[in-house]
Design a protein around this ligand. Structure first.
Ligand code: NAD
Length: 541
């Protein structure tokens, strides 16, 4: 116990490195990529202080080179899952009693390790096994992850300083306790930073965690665990179990000490987990916290006053960066007829200029989609579009999975604002355009608002200020992250807290104090200095 009210370092966003030709960072990341490509890793389960390599292993392959093996990861049995929960619970008291400055220090150290000695490794792993180009890996695995860890320390410190007022003769304190149990973190493939943050955010607030990463993010998950270990996160605070998601979740969610779910992934899985929690409610010691950030069908709405180069760039980057595999990726575009042809021509020109292939070749803007299931799903929608009368394929529409899961960026145009690709989350490089009559902009905003079940991100591109205000009002609940004259993706921690409502999630805004508040259970402590000694009140005399 150290005496003092300590302050924490002021968080600033990690600068994004450029990886220009001949830069030292480019050389280092490519060397690390090669080293990882040519070695084989065997990833254990992390249960308390044990690293367990199971007999049953699953293969890890780069999506852009699926016949190559990077190694394998361990598949947990039911008893491993129970052991992971037990390890977390046996660490709970000690971690809960660890003072904030020490909890903060390990995660600040993790951030510095990511930004420094582990930068090339975590970026190269994300390029290799999640098929991100170097820029997409850098903004995710290095910068966003370090930002989450650093900003969360600041937000936690701000939360702890929020205290009740004092009354006469009493002292009031609000203690921000961690939850009484363990937090179960279930994470998606598409962001290394989200995977790390979903464990680290509850742990920073004093919670213990059982983490089930995505099968398609295991390669960088191992590096996250290496970093946490080197940073000094005590064993048992974050326990990793990989394998059958249903089996692992069934056990975690049936445990009486399950205290919270920190989920990012698809809407369908989240709804299923929520339902399961509801069914198990009477077995829990506490009402669990449920935080889930899920799917999206994100829009760009252009007004006739839009600056055309801004709009073309927003559609190109917003729709196709990381092969459209961002929950925030633009996938339905509304263009006014007066500028539609010019905008479409500009987007087609950009798409035709994309180079596609392995992320190791830094000329490539587009690489593969994550797995065969995703490839097959995208092919299904593309082939259906070729048959349907109310939609045409403007560019793309080709694909090849012989070496990697490559889907050529595809632009569709429909005259049906409810065409399936205007409503369904595809999670790939397929963008659909709907052209409206300029004078119908108000009713088309109504369409934007009601077409999809989601409410994650959206953008309006316009110079007309009256329109911008009207759109912001009309689309108030259509997007949790609303962008004006920008693409709807690329949220930066601390600057644009991220999340959406409707079917897109609980909107607890990852990378903000709002999220951290879900991982505490405040205790109010009132101390009376000179307590009453007579039950009678003065009015009774
Ligand atoms: P996913 O739903 O397939 O998987 C997410 C996690 O759930 C994985 O760990 C997976 O193994 C697990 N899972 C799968 N089936 C399960 C089951 N039956 N029981 C318990 N767990 C199960 O999602 P994904 O393909 O990894 O990621 C893409 C999805 O995530 C998209 O829908 C995207 O919009 C969403 N996403 C949302 C955000 C956001 O902030 N809103 C961010 C990133 C991704």
């Amino acid at each position: 116990m150290e005496n003092g009210f300590f302050s924490v370092p002021k968080a600033v966003n990690e600068p994004v490195l450029t990886y220009l030709k001949n830069s030292p960072e480019r050389k280092e990341v490519l060397e690390t990529y090669k080293e990882l490509y040519h070695s084989k890793v065997t990833i254990p389960l992390y249960i308390g202080s044990e690293k367990i390599i199971t007999k049953k292993q699953a293969n890890i392959a780069p999506p852009h080179d699926h016949q190559h093996t990077l190694g394998s990861y361990s598949l947990a049995s039911e008893s491993h899952v129970r052991d992971a929960i037990a390890a977390a619970l046996s660490t709970r008291k000690a971690w809960e009693n660890t003072s904030f400055e020490h909890r903060a220090a390990v995660f600040l150290k993790a951030a510095d390790l990511i930004a420094g000695p582990y930068r090339a490794r975590i970026n190269a792993a994300t390029m290799l096994a999640q098929s991100k180009n170097i820029f997409q890996a850098e903004i995710d695995a290095a910068c966003e992850f370090a930002d989450f860890l650093r900003f969360n320390v600041t937000f936690a410190s701000d939360i702890y300083t929020q205290q009740p007022i004092q009354g006469s003769g009493v002292v009031n304190r609000l203690e921000y306790r961690p939850l009484e149990g363990f937090v179960y973190a279930v994470t998606p493939f598409n962001f290394t930073a989200i995977a790390g943050n979903l464990c680290a955010a509850p742990a920073l607030m004093g919670n213990v965690v059982v983490w089930k990463p995505s099968d398609y993010q295991m390669f960088s998950a191992k590096i996250i665990m290496d970093i946490f270990e080197e940073a000094g996160v005590p064993t048992g605070v974050i326990n990793l179990v990989s394998g059958d998601p249903k089996m692992i979740s069934d056990i975690a969610l049936a445990h009486p000490n399950f205290a919270g779910l920190h989920f990012t992934g698809s809407t369908e899985i989240f709804k299923h987990l929520w339902q399961q929690i509801g069914n198990n409610l009477s077995t829990y010691q506490n009402y669990p916290r449920i935080v889930g950030e899920t799917g999206g069908k994100d829009f760009i709405f252009a007004h006739q006053s839009a600056a055309i180069p801004t709009l073309i760039t927003a559609i190109t980057r917003g729709g196709f960066e990381y092969q459209g595999q961002k929950c925030s990726a633009a996938s339905r575009i509304y263009l006014p007829a007066s500028i539609a042809d010019e905008v479409i021509a500009g987007v087609i020109k950009n798409i035709k200029s994309f180079s596609i292939g392995t992320p190791e070749d830094m000329n490539n803007f587009i690489t593969a989609v994550i797995h065969e299931k995703s490839f097959d799903k995208l092919v299904h929608f593309i082939e259906q579009a070729k048959l349907d009368e109310d939609v045409e394929v403007l560019v793309g529409g080709t694909y090849d999975k012989s070496k990697g899961y490559f889907v050529h960026p595809t632009l569709l145009k429909t005259n049906n604002p409810h065409y399936t690709t205007m409503e369904t989350e595809l999670f790939g490089p397929v963008v659909t355009v709907y052209v409206y009559d300029d004078k119908d902009w108000e009713s088309t905003l109504g369409l934007v608002n009601t077409t999809s079940v989601y409410g994650l991100t959206g953008a309006v591109i316009a110079q007309d200020r009256m329109f911008i205000e009207a759109a912001a009002n009309r689309l108030r609940h259509a997007a949790g992250n609303f962008y004006i004259n920008d693409k709807p993706s690329g949220a930066v921690v601390g600057q644009q807290p991220f999340g959406g409502s409707r079917a897109s999630g609980t909107n607890d805004k990852a990378g903000s104090a709002l999220n951290l508040l879900r991982w505490v259970s405040p205790r109010l402590i009132k101390e009376t200095l000179v307590p009453a000694t007579d039950y009678r009140y003065p009015y009774m005399d």
